[in-house]
Each structure stands twice: as structure tokens, then as C-alpha cells.
Design a protein around this ligand. Sequence first.
Ligand code: ADP
Length: 381
Amino acid sequence: MTHVLTLNAGSSSLKYGLYEAAQDPRVVTHGRVGRIGGAAQLVPDGADTRPLPQVTDHAGALRAVLDHLRASHPQAQISAVGHRVVHGGMDHAAPVLLDVALVEDLDRLSPFAPLHQPHNLAGVRAAMEAFPKARQVACFDTAFHRGHPFVNDTFALPRAYYDKGVRRYGFHGLSYDYIAGELARSAPDLSRVVVAHLGNGASMCALRDGRSVASTMGFSALDGLPMGTRVGQLDPGVVLYLMAQEGMSADQISDLLYKDAGLKGMSGISNDMRELLASDDPRAGEALDYYTFRIRRELGALAAVLGGIDGLVFCGGIGENAAPIRARVCDGMEWIGITLDAARNAANAPVISNDNGAVRVMVIPTDEEIVIARAAVALGG
Ligand code: ADP
């Protein structure tokens, strides 16, 4: 039995998973290296955190992961490495086998996702060096959304920008792909479904018969819902104001919108939902009011896109665990057919709507890594 390694490189983290390379891959172990660029540490699932003082970049983080896996799973034979790559641009609607030329090509998309794409590709290059004989497979966060109709793919800019790739790509595609697969298995009777992926990053997606037709995220992973530290929907006039009147540079504005906004920026306390729910600071309350207001607003908008909804799915760390947030999102939504069962909701049950509601409301734990592992196996021919 050979194995698949999955890698998900963020700006300061590298998540990994080791799977048996079966048609339905079985997870062997998971973990992550955190705080790359600072006090890096290895956090293997179910084992002690270990400081990594010598690790300063993603290549070093990968070496540390491999050292750890060699020691903890000496029998593992890695035949494929599956990578989460945030941007696949206009061309990629499915996972692909990577070679050096394709990595160069994907690097041309780095200006579209400067905070993610370079790190993802650094992970790919490091893995190519570490496993020169293994298959390298890229799974794109944008791919699941490439079938959007033109009206959900464009901005009202001169056509030349659309042709250059200034489009609404949508992200979190691996999560939505997983959820669509689970729905096909457990709820095949539902056609029009809105999925709310609520983690540190957050977005919503309208699925018709398992295919994405609209997403709240657009050109970048900034648009749509407010997130842990990202702003969500923002009038572009605010960006012009920050540049012209406050004299902020592109880098300063980027830091503000990606790292210092959202729940953290509004509350002034934290980006962590657990802390905000526990706080009695009025600014935490306002941040949560805005957060749930925007989710409800997008729910209405996506329901309009679908012509009504049959199902609503919550996933991501907040969607899967924060019953009070789900309750607030669904409160007063009877008009659209949503009524929650309070006890089911408090228990994070798989179905949390009551039996009389027209809309089935579900909690489905998402699993982006297994989507990568399956693709890495499938592309083995
Ligand atoms: P990422 O996007 O980094 O993968 P996650 O999907 O793990 O993030 O989501 C992280 C968020 O989930 C945090 O805001 C965290 O507070 C929230 N969360 C995790 N567990 C709970 C819980 N039991 N109750 C409320 N929020 C939770």
C-alpha cells in the first residue's frame, strides 16, 4: 500500500495529511506546522506540540513534517502529493498533474492572490524536491466555481478586464466540493442548497443539483461575508478614500483589509468566535450582529439566485460548532421555510431544522483534505 501526502500551505502555516492511497483514501494522520516566520512549531494531531527553532520558511516546514512522518510512520511510501492551490485562474475547472512548466504558469496568477498563491507554490516546489518521483497534484479553490453563469462571473467593468481575468472566481471550492458529495449521498432529494462555510475564512455558495452557481466571494478571498480578520464586502469607494485621503499604500490597505478587519477589527478583541460569544463587551456584540446580519442577507440573495431553497448547510469551525450563531442566522427565517429545532441545534445534530420546515437545515463537518487525497489518487491513472 502506498500513501498520499496532502499539503495545504497558508501564509504562516502548513497543514498536512497522510492517507492510504486507496480508491477511498483512509486517513493515517493529520497535523500542521504553525507560526512559520516566527516561533514555528509542529502540532501533530493527538501528539505533543514541538517547537521548530530552525524552521524559517515553508521548505523548512515541509522538511520538519517529513522528518516527523518518517519517525512516526516509517512504513509510509509516498506515491503522490496533493496540494491545495488557491487560484487556478480561468482555465482550471478540475485538479491537474503538476510539472515544472505548469508551476511557472500558476505563478503568473500570484498577483491575483498575493497572500496565498506564492505560499501554495512554495509548498509545491519543496515537495517536488523532496519527492522527485511522486505525482504532484494541484487542487484549486476556484475550480468548483468555474461553471458559474456569466452574470455571476463578471464585474460591470469594460470587457477588457474580464478578458484579462478580472472575474468573480469564488473560493473554498474544496470544501463545497466535499459538501456537494456528501449531499449527493445523504440528501439526493435536495436540488437548491445554500452552503455556509464559516471558518476563519467564510463564504457562502449556491448549489443547484450539486453544482456551484454563485458564491459570495469574488475576485479575491476578501469579498462577501465578514471573516475572522478579513473585511468582506466593502464599497470600493472606501479603498479610494483610504488611498487618496489617508495616504495609505497598497500594502497598508491590504494589511487592513486582510488582517485587521472582520470580527477582529470590529470587536477590537479577537477573531476567535468562542471568545466573542463569551464576551460581554458591546463591541463584540456589534461584531456578531453584523456577522449574522450579513449571512442572513447573503442567504436571501443566494435563495433568489436559486429561485428558492430546499436545503441550508452549515460547515467550517463556526458553522459546525457555534449553535448560537446558527440560531441567530435562522431566527425569523420562517418566510423562506427555515425553522430550527432548538435541541437539535444545540447538539450540533446532522439535521437541525424541525420536521415541519420546508427547508432541511444541516450541519455537515467539511473535509478539504480528503478531497485533495481523492484527487491525488484519481490522477494516478
Ligand atoms: P480555518 O478557516 O482556519 O480552517 P476553522 O474552520 O477551524 O478555521 O474555524 C475557526 C473558527 O471556528 C474560529 O472562529 C473558532 O472560534 C470557531 N470555533 C471552533 N470551535 C467552536 C465552538 N465550539 N464554538 C464556537 N466557535 C467555534
